[in-house]
Design a protein around this ligand. Structure first.
Ligand SMILES: [Zn+2]
Length: 397
């Protein structure tokens, strides 16, 4: 009885502080709300998860988009309300706020930061965990890929949850090698840039085909689902999401699945600057930059990088990317760290110039098509400017 009262008080106080935060213009209020809830009831996450059917979504790239996609698919195909976070808050405070939301639907789709996944797995007792991929991130975030893979490997030893993984990623295969139930999805293999050696035994991985193999047995388990090799990153994530939705009880026919994969959501938003339209990729780390660069077809490109909080103040990750696809194009760098990007590109022999703002960079081009790749806060600034909101962070005008 006392435990229930404590939780109810914590949730009420969290709701009020969240509302206050929004009123004071300090963001959506989720993180503050969650912090208040957890300060008043340290067991709130476990209590709020009890009796619910929860999916956790984690991985380096595509977490927020895939979480939203899965929530939408579950709503459409299972015909029930789904609790989820719209903002991408994926640490304990954000997760507590999401679970406290009313109505507390039976289904909850929860995005989870890689480093918190073992803890949230224990506290939320999810039915399904979707692991999208593991690739190099900014150093301040999760450190080495191997570290995350080992952390997960040590945590996932029970058989009370079903994992859905892209088994072409050897780090994910290692992460779930002690887990009881795994749906392995394969896209006919593809080389992982950080997996020269085996995540399990450190021997040299055999990549003589497009797939990997090791004498220790890593990669020997056959896939449960085989999907098209030609799918891009967002489409591959959608295949995993569909498998998770099916495990949650959604009936998705084959042609409906194909339709969902064809319409896979991507992090591209078309901004307008000076009357010109600029399809813009949000890219936050080396792997998402690689994917974004692969999508750049225009000969005129704007790159915008900041180094605030969530972007990481350390821009060394820029050196983990191969920019060869930009050769021969006209590239303009902007954002607070435009000189870092410009120097990195010049080392690779790519001609660049710099501009003081996104709008000015676009103005330098006299015609379309123009494409852009921007870091997280640069993207938020563009969205805020589009909505007429002042960010107070030297927003891109
Ligand atoms: Zn091995």
């Amino acid at each position: 009885m006392f435990s229930k009262l404590r939780l109810a008080t914590a949730c009420k106080a969290g709701e009020l502080s969240g509302r206050l935060s929004i009123k004071l213009g300090r963001g959506r209020g989720e993180t503050l709300s969650g912090r208040v809830i957890l300060a008043l009831d340290t067991h709130a996450i476990s209590k709020l998860s009890a009796g619910r059917d929860i999916v956790l979504v984690s991985g380096t790239n595509g977490k927020t988009t895939s979480t939203r996609n899965l929530a939408n698919i579950l709503r459409d195909f299972a015909g029930e309300g789904v609790s989820t976070s719209e903002s991408g808050a994926n640490m304990p405070a954000g997760i507590a706020a999401l679970l406290a939301q009313l109505p507390r639907n039976r289904f909850a789709v929860v995005e989870c930061d890689e480093m918190y996944l073992p803890e949230m797995y224990q506290k939320l007792s999810p039915k399904v965990i979707v692991l999208l991929n593991l690739s190099r991130d900014q150093l301040h975030r999760t450190g080495e890929v191997r570290k995350v893979s080992n952390l997960w490997h040590q945590a996932f030893t029970n058989d009370d949850v079903t994992f859905v993984i892209d088994r072409d990623d050897p780090f994910l295969e290692h992460a779930v090698s002690q887990a009881g139930h795994v749906i392995r999805v394969s896209f006919s293999g593809r080389r992982h840039p950080d997996a020269a050696t085996c995540p399990n035994c450190a021997a040299i991985l055999d990549w003589s085909t497009s797939d990997y193999a090791c004498a220790c047995g890593l990669g020997a388990k056959l896939p449960d689902v085989r999907a098209d090799k030609r799918l891009d990153g967002p489409q591959r994530n959608t295949v995993l999401v569909i498998e998770a939705a099916r495990l949650m009880g959604a009936e998705i026919l084959a042609d409906e699945a194909t339709d969902l994969i064809n319409k896979a959501p991507d992090r591209i938003h078309t901004f307008t600057a000076g009357g010109k339209v600029v399809p813009t990729h949000l890219a936050k780390n080396p792997e998402s930059w690689r994917q974004a660069l692969g999508d750049v077809l225009a000969d005129q490109v704007v790159l915008s990088v900041n180094a605030r909080g969530i972007d990481g103040r350390d821009t060394s990750w820029l050196w983990d990317i191969d920019y060869a696809k930009l050769r021969g194009k006209r590239v303009i760098c902007t954002g607070e760290r435009r000189l870092d990007v410009a120097y990195r590109l010049s080392v690779q022999g790519i001609e660049v110039s710099v501009a003081s703002s996104f709008a000015q960079a676009v103005e330098e081009f006299t015609s379309e098509p123009i494409q852009a790749i921007v870091s997280y806060t640069a993207y938020q600034d563009l969205l805020a400017a589009e909505l007429g909101i002042t960010t107070g962070n030297g927003g891109v005008q």
